[in-house]
Write a protein that binds this ligand. Structure first.
Ligand SMILES: Nc1ncnc2c1ncn2[C@@H]1O[C@H](COP(=O)(O)OP(=O)(O)OP(=O)(O)O)[C@@H](O)[C@H]1O
Ligand SMILES: [Mg+2]
Length: 341
């Protein structure tokens, strides 16, 4: 069912993205590191989960958000233990404490089963295992961890994903990042086209034998664009309420989410006002660099060229803005409703 609001995990519940899914499943066979990127609510976790459930290999899933509360080393340790169980090892593994040093990062790991141990067991049984890490940008020193696994544990593969597109780019390596020079397979999840978005809604309602009003669906697509996350919520609410109410409900639901994402982003920034005006300008359809600059000036903020470039780069890196043919666009149309403007 398409209008279930949890991330999808079964292939039959996944609309579209067959190409990305097979590219991911094939990619796991041939690559050591695969990165799935895309703006928020585009369906990255769903794609990853369906692939996770489709592969018949030792595997584990780490949610980067858990690393905010639990040391990442513990999450890795638990994941390794889970994979060892899947390899179905008869031999008893001794408990031991190991210490790992990854490029200046000292992890004191209480590994029941270390990555090293897991890797040698995989080799012994001629298997390969996969660690999936969702929201990898929340894991501190993720780049060092990924390059260490890549370099030292040849039977362990990694599939990682995150919404902060530019941050992911930094993690997977350009310039002096630890992963630079290693082969990384990239899979980009793009928003649905307007036609596909419409077709998603039509199929979603048909699955539930609900009648369809095309004008309403077109209006929903005009509001939520091709972001499958909001379209799913719209479908979910539309089952219980009118079109207008369902639209309003999704916008109300989106506001605090987007507000907290934005506040979190600007909390560490010096030029908060200029950032907000840049975003406001883009949301008012000032899509060209010079127009955005004039808009900010019109608000009494004398911003330099390099500062504006750095603001726009940051907004792109954190997934709030997209750049299409030299123009800046909101990555999520609902940003314009956030109450911080
Ligand atoms: N291909 C799909 N088919 C049907 N529903 C989908 C699909 N992809 C995502 N969804 C739905 O959209 C919503 C968001 O999906 P998901 O969490 O996978 O996106 P995401 O890109 O990981 O989002 P975030 O950036 O917030 O982590 C969920 O309700 C999910 O059920
Ligand atoms: Mg996700």
């Amino acid at each position: 069912m398409f209008f279930d609001i949890m991330p999808k995990s079964r292939r039959e519940d996944l609309f579209n993205y067959e190409k990305e899914l097979s590219s991911l499943i094939e990619g796991i066979k041939r690559n050591r590191i695969i990165v799935i990127k895309g703006v928020r609510r585009v369906g990255k976790t769903s794609l990853m989960r369906v692939a996770f459930n489709s592969i018949n290999m030792p595997k584990t899933w780490i949610d980067g958000r858990d690393a905010l509360m639990t040391p990442f080393s513990t999450l890795v340790e638990m994941g390794c233990a889970e994979m060892v169980e899947q390899i179905n090892i008869a031999e008893k593994v001794r408990k031991r404490i190991k210490s790992l040093s990854i490029k200046g990062l000292n992890l004191s790991l209480n590994y029941e089963i270390s990555l090293k141990r897991l890797n040698s067991l995989l080799r012994k049984y001629k298997k390969e295992g996969v660690i999936f890490i969702d929201e990898v940008q929340l894991v501190k020193h993720a780049d060092a961890f990924l390059s260490s696994v890549y370099d030292n544990y040849s039977n362990i593969k990694l599939v990682v994903s995150g919404s902060e597109v530019g941050i992911l780019d930094k993690i997977i390596g350009s310039g002096d990042s630890p992963l630079a020079g290693r082969v990384v397979k990239l899979i980009e999840v793009k928003r649905l086209t307007k036609e596909k978005a419409l077709s998603f809604l039509v199929q979603g309602f048909s699955q539930l034998n609900r009648s369809i009003n095309f004008d309403e669906l077109e209006d929903a697509v005009a509001t939520f664009d091709g972001l499958i996350g909001w379209l799913t919520y719209y479908g979910y609410y539309r089952l219980e309420m009118s079109h207008e109410e369902a639209k309003k409900k999704v916008i109300e639901l989106a506001k605090p989410i987007l507000k907290s994402e934005l506040l979190h982003f600007i909390s560490s920034k010096k030029n908060k006002k200029a950032i907000m005006y840049a975003l406001k300008a883009i949301s008012l359809n000032y899509t060209k660099w010079t127009d955005i600059k004039s808009f900010i000036y019109s608000k009494g903020i004398k911003i330099g060229d390099s500062s504006l470039s750095s603001i726009l780069r940051d907004l792109f890196n954190y997934g709030f803005v997209e750049k299409v043919e030299g123009r800046y666009l909101l990555a999520d149309p609902l940003i314009k409703f956030t109450p911080i403007f």
